[in-house]
Write a protein that binds this ligand. Structure first.
Ligand code: NAI
Length: 333
């Protein structure tokens, strides 16, 4: 039998965590034979709510869950963890300036970066979900110098899943039949959802999505804006931000990182940029990646980038550079 692994979820009393914990505890991410010790971090005022979440987790009688540790203490939360879902972040409140929001999050992710550096396993895989996810992941990594930069990532998988699903519904095929849709850049409205390399399985034959849809205007227009604005559309309808789908995406992201991607397929993750495709280096930029059994991601190289894509990839890259500079300017040290 496998030894249990310690998995941290922050923002554990929040909405995304409520769905995420269910899937992690069930074995959807680390496998049906991998026991887990769940570390649940939230802030002191949420400890009562978190107690309720712990009760429900117990009441699910998941056999993979060996221990549950609810806490508001970072040392306890980050101690010996092998995987971290950093979901908790400061939400934007009415009248709050962008700069204030950024400063509040820099503070959180600086502190959590230091805690990772001191207490986590050096092989820990970190997925930042809390917004602004890319820049939060950058700050977190900056303050955890003893952990390889490659171990930090931010989530654009929800955007990828949204894009994949839009195309699958349009082509009337199951979502899984659509692969290799790419999200480039920032998890924000400047992201570039790119279907130009996407494939679709139609009755067992692999075809290019572009050839099947045969609607360039859609792929360069409505498709992109629908995905870019989907988060806002869900908020407008639900009066709450995406939670079930965000949790599903976080599971997909970590599962593929842990187990590797399928041969010939790629997935999008915001990772430490080496300047591939001439986008800015030294920011957390979402790229198509492939992951092997060694749990190391590699940016897919050699994809053809046309002028339309170039412009969109640069725009979102510029935004990330600016966000990073703004974040660094409130870092102090
Ligand atoms: P929520 O407000 O329901 O829950 C957030 C939880 O985080 C709260 O319980 C809060 O007390 C906690 N928290 C705040 N500061 C913390 C800290 N320093 N340490 C530990 N916990 C802390 O929010 P929800 O809906 O669960 O969303 C969480 C985050 O995920 C938000 O920042 C949201 O913008 C982001 N998000 C990102 C997506 C992506 O695709 N990357 C998609 C959807 C949401």
């Amino acid at each position: 039998a496998k030894e249990p692994i310690r998995v941290l979820v922050t923002g554990a009393a929040g909405q995304i965590a409520y769905s995420l914990l269910f899937s992690v505890a069930k074995g959807d991410v680390f496998g049906p034979d991998q026991p887990v010790i769940l570390h649940l971090l939230d802030i002191p005022p949420m400890m009562g709510v978190l107690e309720g979440v712990v009760m429900e987790l117990m009441d699910c009688a998941f056999s993979l869950v060996r221990e549950i540790i609810p806490t508001c203490d970072e040392q306890q939360a980050f101690n010996d963890i092998e995987a971290a879902f950093l979901v908790g972040a400061m939400p934007r409140k009415e009248g709050m300036e962008r700069k204030d929001l950024l400063a509040a999050n820099v503070k959180i992710f600086k502190s959590q970066g230091k805690a990772l550096d001191q207490f986590a396993k050096k092989t820990v895989k970190v997925l930042v979900v809390g917004n602004p996810a890319n820049t939060n992941a950058f700050i977190c990594s900056k303050y955890a110098p003893s952990i390889p930069k490659e171990n930090f990532s931010a989530m654009t998988r929800l955007d990828q899943n949204r894009a994949q699903s839009q195309i699958a519904f349009r082509l009337n095929v199951p979502a899984n039949n659509v692969t290799n849709v790419i999200i480039w850049g920032n998890h924000s409205s400047t992201q570039f959802p790119d279907a130009s390399h996407a494939l679709v399985n139609v009755n067992g034959t692999i075809k290019k999505v572009g050839d099947c849809l045969n609607d360039d205007a859609y792929l360069k227009g409505e498709f992109i804006t629908t995905v870019q604005k989907r988060g806002a559309a869900v908020i407008a309808a639900r009066k709450l931000s995406s939670a079930m789908s965000a949790a599903k995406a976080a599971c997909d992201h970590m599962r593929d990182w842990w187990n590797g991607t399928t041969e010939g397929q790629f997935v999008s993750m915001a990772v430490y940029s080496d300047g591939s495709y001439n986008v800015p280096a030294d920011v957390m930029y979402s790229f198509p990646v492939q992951i092997g059994a060694d749990r190391q991601w590699k940016i897919v190289q050699g994809l053809e980038i046309n002028d339309f894509a170039r412009q969109k990839m640069d725009l979102t890259g510029q935004e990330l550079k600016q966000e990073k500079e703004d974040a660094l300017s409130v870092c102090q040290d």
